[in-house]
Ligand binder design. Sequence first.
Ligand code: NAG
Ligand code: NAG
Ligand code: NAG
Ligand code: NAG
Length: 325
Amino acid sequence: MASNRLCRAAVFALLFSGVCHGAGIIPVDWLRGTPGQSVTFVTSLTPTPTSEPFLALTWSFNTTTSVITSTNVDVVGEGYEGRITLDKTTGSLVLGNLTEEDSGEYELLVIPLAGQPILGHVKLEVLSVVSIPAMACPTENLLEGQSSLNLTCDAVGMVTNRAWKIKGKPLLPGGRFVFYDGGRVLSVSPVHRQDTGIFLCNVSNAVSFATAKCKLKVFYGPDEPFIDQDPVAAELEDSVTLLCSADSLPKAKFSWNFKHTVMSGPEHYIEEMRKRDLGKYTCTARNEITGLEVSAVHTLRDSCAPVRISVVVCAVLTSLGLMLS
Ligand SMILES: *[C@@H]1O[C@H](CO)[C@@H](O)[C@H](O)[C@H]1NC(C)=O
Ligand SMILES: *[C@@H]1O[C@H](CO)[C@@H](O)[C@H](O)[C@H]1NC(C)=O
Ligand SMILES: *[C@@H]1O[C@H](CO)[C@@H](O)[C@H](O)[C@H]1NC(C)=O
Ligand SMILES: *[C@@H]1O[C@H](CO)[C@@H](O)[C@H](O)[C@H]1NC(C)=O
C-alpha cells in the first residue's frame, strides 16, 4: 500500500505518535542558499506508480506563511508565484530566486490517501556573498610617533565575521591598536615603524569571504648616529676614515662639522692625519620627511699621544692649581 511505503522511513515515529515526524521525510536539518539562486528541499519519500499518491501536500514557511497547498488543485502562496516547483510524487520542492527573507523554517505536511499525516522540517539560511570591502588607504605621509590613522573596512552583504591582519599575523586590539564599530574601523595611534607592511581586513560569512588591504609605510628617524673610525687607532700621517650611520626611513642625509667647516656625506676621509685634524667631529643625520635632525660627536685622537696629552693636561691643571692657591 502507498501509505505504508510513504511512512516506511518513519515507522518508529508512527508507533509513538499520531504523525510521522521527522528525520525520515526530509533527510537534512538545514540548507543554505545564496540570493538569486535556487534551493531544493528533497524528501526521502519515494515516487509511487500512481501519479497522485497524496490526498494533500502542504509546504509552509515560518509556520504561518503558506508556500503551496496541493490537493486536487494547487494553491500557491503570495510571493511564491513563478519561483516554486513541486514534485507531487515525492513532495520535494524547488524554491528559486532566493532572497535573504526566505531564511527561516520550512515545514512539509503530507496527508496520504490512507494512514497518518507525515510532517517534516528543514531550516534554510540564505546568505549573500560578501563583497570585496572598500578600504581607503592613507595617502599622506605617516610619521612615527606623530601620525594616527583610521582604516575602515566596509563590505556589502551579511558580514558575520571580521578579522584584521598585519604582515600576515592576526592583529589584536590593545596598545596603539583600537577597534571601533564591531571591528569595522581600526585605529592606529600613533603609528610606529613596525607598522610598515600590509594591513589586511577579512570579512566573511558562512558562504564567502573577501579581503582588502593597505600597504603602509611609516617614516621614522633618524635614530642616534653611530660613528665608526677606521682604523680605530690612528697615528699622525695615517689615513683615517670616519663613517657615520643612522637608522632612518627614508635614508638620512649626513653632514660632518669640524672646526666650523661643514662637509656633506656620511664619510669623512683624511688622507694623512695631521695635528690640525685632531679634535671633535660632529656628525648630523637629517631625515627630509620627518624633518628630524640628530647629531653625535666623535673625537679623533693621535693614538701615540696619550702620554703627551696627559702631560699637557697635567701642566694645565698644575698651572690652574698654582693660580688658584
Ligand atoms: C526574481 O527576482 C527579481 C528581482 O527581485 C525579479 O525581477 C524577478 O521577476 C524574479 N523572478 C521570479 C521568477 O520571481
Ligand atoms: C522566519 O523565522 C526566522 C527564525 O526562525 C526569522 O529569523 C525570520 O526573520 C523569519 N522570517 C520572516 C520573513 O518572518
Ligand atoms: C579615528 O576614529 C576615532 C573614532 O571614531 C576618532 O576618535 C579618531 O579621532 C579618528 N582618528 C583619526 C586619525 O581620524
Ligand atoms: C578570511 O576568512 C576566511 C573565513 O574565516 C578564511 O577562510 C580565509 O583564509 C581568510 N583569509 C585571509 C587572507 O585571512
